[in-house]
Design a protein around this ligand. Structure first.
Ligand SMILES: Cc1ncc(COP(=O)(O)O)c(C=O)c1O
Length: 362
């Protein structure tokens, strides 16, 4: 190990997909945008295909093209309308696209290529999607073009991870909006990781899962320990130093030592996606013990207190994941809390340009 390894567990990803398939009894569409939430889009798609997944969702055409290079047999859903200059690529790479603007639908309809589309309704997120009032007109417009195939209708929930009541309201708006049109043979999809755990509406037949596929629960309804984190990050001790009471380490000298201390350094930093705000609350695990960060996170290094430990250069440091004896762990949720942010942001920032990504079987 030079600087550190990102371990991705095939078994855990497969386990999560099986679990989600069982609790939803729906087609799974695995969300692999932003490098599969930092897990490596190629690895994730290949692993998911081998465990029976047929649908993948992305945010960008280039992500879709990358996914298409892995298999011609799977379906790929672009979650937003691209610019009209990208239409050839959409058709060439056989990418399903989400639509919600009349102008974009007309642009698609007025080309010679064929397109598969999913009409998105805004049921409260107010980010993308047509209003419920405009839905029927757009639905009819899509059907009027011979080269457009309406494959699905969808929406997206703004507070699925915090508010089941409001999510139920969105579901009601969605159902009411669809009530006057024929949805037979269409994919009807709205659920994300959180709502998947409590929404049992029969009308939905596909669910778009991101975070939960990677092993993290964000729902107000607990999934216990059913989901298993796919990623672990380990680095190594690269330097050990005795520092005196009253001294301070790292940029800004942000923390003054209250006693003589043994301080270790490990070669990982915000340049690898380990976030700067992890200090002062953050910790790592060495020799099955938590060690507090003891100075600011830098681009390439972190420092932590190992005063009570017998350690050597190259000893393993767990930044994310479980200790060797499995008694302690640091989760993405922990790192997100230290940084006052959300799990999605931490994961999508993890970079493998200096850390080595390794697939593990367990
Ligand atoms: C439209 C859409 N659907 C589904 C998801 C998956 O969300 P989650 O990671 O919470 O499962 C996302 C994630 O950002 C999204 O933007």
């Amino acid at each position: 190990m030079d600087r550190g390894n990102i371990y991705v567990s095939k078994k855990n990803l497969e386990h999560n997909l099986d679990y989600l398939r069982n609790i939803t009894s729906k087609e799974l569409c695995v969300v692999v945008k932003a490098n599969a939430y930092g897990h490596d889009i190629g690895w994730t798609v290949r692993t998911a295909i081998s465990s029976g997944v047929n649908w993948f969702a992305v945010a960008a055409i280039d992500e879709a093209i990358l996914v298409r290079s892995i298999s011609d047999d799977i379906r790929i859903l672009l979650l937003s309308e691209p610019t009209s200059t990208e239409l050839e690529k959409l058709a060439f790479y056989n990418i399903d696209t989400t639509v919600y603007n009349q102008k974009f639908i007309e642009d698609l309809g007025n080309t010679k290529d064929s397109f598969k589309v999913h009409l998105k309704i805004d049921t409260g997120m107010h980010r993308l999607g047509c209003s419920p009032e405009k839905f029927e007109a757009l639905y009819t417009k899509i059907l009027s073009f011979k080269n457009l195939s309406l494959e699905g209708v969808c929406t997206h929930f703004p507070v699925a991870d915090t508010d089941t009541e409001q999510t139920s309201q969105s579901i009601e708006i969605f159902k009411k909006t669809l009530s006057n049109v024929n949805t037979d043979n269409l994919l009807v999809h709205a659920d994300n990781s959180a709502s998947t755990t409590y929404n049992n509406e029969k009308i939905f037949n596909m669910t778009r899962v991101g975070l939960s596929a990677y092993g993290y629960s964000v729902s107000p309804v607990s999934t216990g320990d059913k989901l298993k984190p796919v990623m672990e990050i380990k680095t190594r001790i690269s330097n050990i130093q005795h520092r005196k009471k009253g001294e301070a380490v790292s940029y800004g000298k942000a923390h003054t030592l209250e006693k003589d201390s043994l301080i270790a350094t490990a070669p990982i930093g915000y340049g690898d996606g380990y976030p700067w705000n992890s200090f002062p609350e953050g910790k790592v695990i060495v020799n099955n013990q938590f060690c507090k960060l003891i100075g600011r996170v830098t681009m390439d290094q972190i420092l932590f207190d190992v005063s009570n430990l017998e350690i050597e250069i190259d000893d393993e440091v767990t930044v994310l994941g479980t200790s060797l004896d499995k008694s302690l762990s640091i989760s993405i949720k922990d790192i997100a809390e230290w940084n006052n942010t959300i799990e999605w942001e931490i994961l999508t920032n993890i970079k493998d340009n200096r850390l080595i990504r390794i697939e593990i079987d367990n």
